[in-house]
Design a protein around this ligand. Structure first.
Ligand code: 4AD
Ligand code: MG
Length: 432
């Protein structure tokens, strides 16, 4: 028999009507004559009330058997209830248990992070984790919408690659039959080829960094969005980025009010996030840091405390531009007026969330690219295809990479990126 099920998020369309929902028992309270069932079905949460004097004896007894995370079908009348969070409550008329769950490992008491991470497959059922994953899905929707509406094409670069993109120190090695292969750190080089074919492109996929970092900003496997644009220069690249990030934030504010509330996120800080964003040069950033007691010399890269100190000056993300050529990737275009710095920018999120975007204009001159290959001891054989892009109709072009999980952490206001992805891959965690 097929059931005509409703979803919790749609109960408002059935005010005073009768619905049946497939759900799980999140929690239960009882006062002897009334049982309050907190139900969840993935689409939302709702309270269902079983009144002893108003239901057949067996319905009351069935409700009594329900334990945390038992699965069931509930039938009831939808009542408007201004006191409840969802605005609605169910007055139960029937219950059919699918399975009684025994000894659910995550109880309402406090558990340690490691314990919760070991039970991540169940932990994601909790209201807080659900809210984060719903917001992540909305961010993904907003990203696709932004690029799809602006004439970009989605292109998928390979995950198994013969060589590196962002340096060799953190590559995951694997065998590709008899050859050596690596999991991609970034699809950028392939996206450059795609931009020469389709003009404006973006990729959206997993990337891998075998980094022995155990910080709240690092994952081993993370998702990156990498747009690449032919005929676009450094300055226009920054404009796309600030519009892009503003669009994501506004879209989450518009569509995920309930979820942000579950997370107790201070949304006033997010409402502010509208283009344009402030820009400072690397030089200015170093000066500022030195003046504020940080030990840093020109030519050194910024660490997390440096980024946080700079970001604290602003209530929007800030671009740090023109880093020293020496500390950035081989493909970045030097500033024609000052070749010791490159036409690049990192976007640093507010509230201490660190770098969420890295991007640059790319070298389009074939001779300079060859020079960089020699300096960086890169094999011209392995990258012949990439050098071809500078040989056959080379054009100015730029792109960037947004880290999805750091963006989710910032928007949700989380302490650690481990909660931003369904099944995080961390330095000491490959399970579940
Ligand atoms: O700055 P990254 O390394 O830049 C690139 O890979 C370029 N090829 C992108 C491009 O121009 N197409 O990485 C880009 C972003 C960072 O700003 C950060 O948000 C995120 O990816 N990221 C990480 N997120 C989580 N865990 C890690 N280990 C990350 N490494 C980088
Ligand atoms: Mg970077």
């Amino acid at each position: 028999m097929s059931r005509n099920l409703s979803m919790i998020r749609d109960v408002d369309q059935h005010k005073d009507g009768t619905v049946t929902i497939g759900c799980w028992l999140h929690n239960k309270r009882s006062s002897g004559k009334i049982q309050f069932l907190q139900l969840r079905d993935g689409s939302g949460f709702i309270q269902a009330v079983v009144v002893k004097s108003e239901v057949p004896e067996e319905v009351w007894e069935t409700a009594g058997k329900l334990t945390q995370e038992s699965s069931l079908y509930v039938t009831g009348t939808v009542r408007e209830d201004t006191r409840s969070k969802s605005g609605y409550e169910l007055t139960v008329t029937g219950i059919e248990i699918i399975q009684v769950s025994t000894d659910y490992p995550i109880t309402p008491k406090e558990h340690g992070v490691d314990y919760l991470m070991d039970h991540r497959h169940l932990w994601i059922r909790s209201p807080r984790q659900r809210a984060i994953l719903v917001i992540r899905a909305q961010i993904i929707r907003a990203i696709q919408q932004f690029f799809d509406e602006r004439g970009f094409h989605l292109v998928d670069p390979p995950i198994l690659t013969p060589s590196s993109c962002e340096g060799t120190t953190n590559l995951f090695h694997t065998k590709y039959f008899d050859e050596d292969a690596f999991l991609t750190q970034s699809g950028q080089l392939y996206m450059e080829a795609a931009a020469m074919a389709l003009g404006r492109v973006y990729s959206f996929g997993p990337t891998f960094r075998a980094e022995k970092s155990k910080t709240r900003r690092h994952l081993i496997e993370f998702w990156m969005i990498e747009p690449e644009m032919a005929f676009v220069t450094h300055e226009e690249n920054l404009e796309v980025q600030e519009q892009f990030v503003s669009h994501i934030i506004q879209s989450v504010l518009e569509n995920c009010g309930k979820e942000l509330e579950v997370l107790e996120r201070d949304t006033s800080k997010l409402r502010n996030i509208q283009a344009p964003f402030p820009r400072i040069t690397y030089d200015e950033a170093v000066q500022f840091l030195k003046a504020n007691g940080h030990e840093i010399e020109w030519g050194e890269d910024f660490g997390a405390p440096h980024e946080t100190a700079i970001a604290e000056k602003y209530d929007k993300p800030v671009f740090i531009t023109h880093y020293p050529t020496e500390i950035k990737a081989f493909y970045m275009k030097p500033d024609p007026n000052r070749p010791e710095v490159v036409l690049c920018a990192d976007m640093i999120a507010p509230e201490g969330y660190g770098e969420i975007i890295g991007g640059s204009q790319r070298i389009d001159d074939p001779d300079l690219m060859e020079e960089r290959f020699t300096e960086h001891q890169l094999s011209k054989e392995a990258y012949q295809w990439y050098l071809d892009l500078r040989k056959y109709g080379s054009v100015p072009h730029s792109g960037f990479g947004l880290g999805l999980e750091r963006t989710v952490a910032w928007i949700c206001g989380l302490d650690h990126v481990r909660e931003t992805i369904p099944f995080p891959r961390l330095l000491y965690r490959l399970y579940p």
